[in-house]
Write a protein that binds this ligand. Structure first.
Ligand SMILES: CC(C)(COP(=O)(O)OP(=O)(O)OC[C@H]1O[C@@H](n2cnc3c(N)ncnc32)[C@H](O)[C@@H]1OP(=O)(O)O)[C@@H](O)C(=O)NCCC(=O)NCCS
Length: 377
């Protein structure tokens, strides 16, 4: 048996949902490149594609959009749970609590009921936007904004967050950001979703596990940390030296590095393009600082053996969301609003040919040890 720390390079399953081509910096969802989806698709269509495995016809997409919209409202008891949670609680903990609370009497799944499992997926995906927007407004002590059924998933989310219907341009930028975050093969949270669902735990319990995994700063929390870093740097004239000092201390710079990509993350390229567009109309205080961090990192790491460390999806997304006037604390919940579609697709796939995940460990403890009675210790 071979051991690989962090399961690096270990193939833990098969999937058709997405493929990360780390050497060439390409990402495909069921064969279609995210560049194509970002320029031509919508979050709803990409979600349909992930769940059903085929692109919808116009009629199928219309029905799917309407079903998503009809599922946005939260049950009253879920809203009551939210109102009783502390305003200081991190929104990822709130999302995990609310999604877990969607469980009925049973926490076990019926793997063969594929159609019902897809319906439940759509319900959870539709509600995730509402939960994330309500968690944000709860924190700020603002009244909840009822979802609108005539807006896209992206447009409605921005509306529920701010209370203002966004411009078509801003809604589309956010829609593309959701497409880009939808799936990423066996990343930590997706793997968590698959591990939990492999025990035949219910869909929402499996999603709740994945939310916990996404919450950490090495995964979904990294874009929050990128802006914290920019705040710490303070001004663009200090950015280069800050990076040099960080690298000298062997500290990790958030928004850089990836287990699979050994070149530029294709999502970062699209996000940067959208950020450039937004910033050309309205300046962003993080923009200059991040550009210098970006250029310094690439120049410095290019001089060393670590020229495989490139910006990842989290480097630019925080500044983009900041330009859309979204609070830093809502960044990881937004990741959840998108990635939940990928999690559901992976869980449905897992259940098609399920075997419980149960890896092995090398035991490195003593072969035997004396039990000393507590009175003698
Ligand atoms: C993404 C990440 C968790 C991948 O981790 P990993 O595959 O286990 O890679 P490692 O942490 O072992 O890093 C390998 C080497 O690159 C260096 N490295 C990795 N990411 C780095 C970064 N962001 N800045 C500087 N150096 C970095 C490590 O220090 C390590 O160097 P060493 O071999 O001299 O010890 C890691 O790159 C990271 O922590 N990045 C910052 C957080 C982030 O942006 N997360 C979002 C991911 S989408």
């Amino acid at each position: 048996m071979e051991y690989s720390k962090g399961l690096a390079g270990v193939v833990a399953g098969e999937t058709v949902v997405s493929q990360v081509q780390g050497d060439v910096g390409k990402l495909i969802y069921k064969g279609i490149s995210i560049d194509t989806l970002a320029s031509q698709s919508t979050f709803e269509e990409s979600t349909y594609h992930a769940l059903y495995g085929v692109l919808p016809t116009q009629a199928q997409l219309s029905v799917f959009r309407a079903t998503m919209a009809a599922n946005r409202a939260l049950p009253v008891y879920i809203v009551e749970i939210l109102k009783n949670l502390p305003k200081t609680m991190h929104p990822m903990g709130i999302l995990q609590t609310l999604v877990s609370s969607l469980t009925g009497a049973s926490t076990s799944a019926s793997l063969s009921q594929v159609e019902q499992n897809i319906e439940q997926s759509i319900s959870i995906i539709a509600k995730m936007g509402t939960m994330a927007a309500y968690a944000s407004r709860h924190r700020k002590g603002l009244p909840f904004v009822e979802p609108k059924t005539d807006l896209s998933h992206a447009g409605n989310f921005l509306y529920m967050l701010s209370g203002v219907v966004p411009s078509a341009e801003m809604a589309r930028i956010f829609d593309v950001a959701l497409i880009l975050h939808l799936d990423h093969d066996f990343n930590a949270s997706t793997f968590t979703a698959r591990v939990t669902s492999s025990t035949q735990a219910s869909l929402n319990i499996s999603i709740a596990s994945a939310i916990g995994s996404l919450a950490g700063p090495l995964h979904g929390g990294a874009n929050e940390k990128v802006l914290q870093m920019a705040d710490e740097i303070g001004e663009s004239s200090k950015a280069k030296q800050w990076v040099l000092d960080a690298l000298a201390k062997k500290a990790k710079v958030n928004g850089f590095g990836h287990r699979v990509y050994k070149t530029m993350d294709p999502r970062a390229v699209i996000l940067k393009g959208m950020l450039d567009t937004v910033v050309s109309a309205k300046p962003n205080k993080y923009y200059d600082i991040l550009n210098i961090v970006h250029d310094t990192m690439i120049a410095e790491l290019g001089k060393t053996s670590k020229d495989y460390i490139w910006p990842n999806v989290d480097f630019w997304s925080g500044a983009l969301y900041n330009s859309l006037e979204i609070d830093t604390l809502d960044f990881t919940p937004i990741f959840t609003v998108s990635r939940v579609s990928g999690w559901c697709a992976h869980i449905l796939e897992q259940w098609q040919d399920n075997r419980i995940f149960r890896p092995a460990a090398f035991y490195i403890g003593p072969d035997s040890a004396e039990y000393i009675p507590i009175t003698a210790r």
